[in-house]
Design a protein around this ligand. Structure first.
Ligand code: SF4
Ligand code: SF4
Length: 394
């Protein structure tokens, strides 16, 4: 009898950001996302979200708790919410992550999160004085206190460093802070705040952001065995694999959603609290097509079309995809007028990595077992290929 080939449908993982509240006990100068009037998500809303997701898609899903400050929801919320989600979506593959300033990290909270081995992202902008100047007085000590509690409970914590128009002049000090404290570095450029009267005050101009990335690339290559710079790893991976490896460099619109405290669904956490970006509500159990057909959904698809036109001919289009749609609307007060203005920075760093990579590959470095040159030329510094070697083998 002739064997028929079984067709296996591939699962497409997606990402749901849960925003338990937009409230936050800190008042960072450049923050664009907190809102002190924001309610806190109820457990009823979590139950509704689980019902919605059961029907919505059966793909593997990663949940990231984000804010505002998500730990304001309290340990009981997490105890119940994590169990409801895990049980309610069985047997599919589920992962969790959490982005917090750690101020509310108590031993009880840490125990709940440790049960699910939730990796934590937190934020520190460099040494104490510099951090507190652009975040808020007392921030550094409160975050470090929470960090110690998290570490005592075996939680993994990595810090995001926001570079602003002010802190960019202290980039060496900031890099050394991460290096000397043995911390993995991930960076964000400060964006214009849609909620401020002076939106550009802290924003890092795209040209400066590009220079910063090249600076960090060089510093990373000099100190490769002592520090991890996550963004540089991601950028190298993009060039090396030819496809985007983090949300900024893929079409995020069909596989990323955020659920706000009241159950409203948005394209991403960055839009939460902006009524014009609501795509639907979990209580109405919208399908993927319903969300894509909403006003906000159509505007996100419009971004994709703009990228195909505006970025046509760019050598990095395949693994850049025009950057982040939120970044594109932030400088124009919420209107979609073009692609991500950080394009200048992306081109700069992608060019740098691609050109150095090509030069090393077609230059005189000795080849290693993965067909990548392993050593720099005599007397030279480690190159991109050595870094890629490190990334592939990690
Ligand atoms: S809008 Fe920007 S931050 Fe949000 S998922 Fe898309 S690329 Fe990432
Ligand atoms: S580098 Fe600029 S032009 Fe090229 S794909 Fe990215 S955003 Fe578009």
């Amino acid at each position: 009898m002739k064997k028929t080939k079984k067709i296996v449908a591939h699962k497409r993982p997606f990402h749901v950001m849960i925003i338990p509240t937009l409230g936050c006990p800190s008042s960072c100068s450049y923050c664009w996302s907190s809102d002190e009037r924001s309610p806190i998500m109820t457990i009823e809303t979590v139950k509704e979200m689980v019902h919605w997701l059961r029907e919505f898609r059966d793909d593997p899903v990663t949940f990231t708790f984000h804010g505002g400050e998500p730990l304001l929801a309290g340990a009981d919320f997490y105890r119940e919410a994590l169990a409801l989600i895990t049980e309610g979506l069985r047997p599919r593959k589920i992962a969790f992550a959490l982005q917090t300033n750690l101020w509310k990290m108590t031993p009880e909270m840490a125990s709940v999160l440790a049960e699910y081995q939730i990796p934590i992202g937190s934020s520190i902008d460099g040494p104490k004085d510099l951090n507190d100047l652009q975040r808020s007085a007392g921030y550094f000590d409160k975050t470090m206190a929470g960090y110690r509690v998290a570490k005592e409970h075996g939680l993994s914590v990595q810090f995001i460093c926001t570079f602003t128009s002010t802190s960019i002049d202290k980039k060496e000090e900031i890099f050394n802070f991460f290096l000397e404290n043995g911390l993995t570095m991930k960076l964000h450029p400060a964006l214009p705040s849609l909620k401020s009267d002076d939106p550009d005050k802290w924003a890092l101009p795209p040209e400066k952001y590009g220079e910063l990335l090249v600076y960090l690339l060089d510093k990373y290559l000099e100190n490769m065995d002592k520090i991890e710079v996550r963004n540089i790893n991601d950028l190298c991976r993009c060039v090396f694999t030819g496809r985007g490896t983090v949300c900024t460099y893929v079409d995020c619109m069909d596989d990323t959603f955020a659920v706000g405290p009241d159950g409203s669904i948005y394209p991403c956490y960055r839009f939460v609290g902006m009524p014009e970006w609501v795509m639907g509500n979990i209580r109405d159990r919208p399908s993927q097509a319903d969300l894509a057909g909403s006003g906000a959904g159509r505007r996100m698809q419009e971004f994709k079309r703009r990228v195909d036109v505006a970025c046509k001919g760019c050598r990095h289009l395949r693994y850049c995809r025009g950057g982040c749609p939120y970044n594109a609307i932030a400088p124009s007060g919420g209107e979609l007028l073009g692609v991500d203005p950080h394009c200048v920075a992306y081109k700069r760093i992608f060019d740098e990595i691609a050109d150095r990579f090509n030069k090393e590959i077609f230059g005189s470095f000795p080849m290693g077992p993965t067909c990548l040159p392993t050593e720099p030329p005599r007397g030279g510094k480690p190159g991109i290929t050595a870094l890629i070697q490190k990334i592939v083998s990690s």
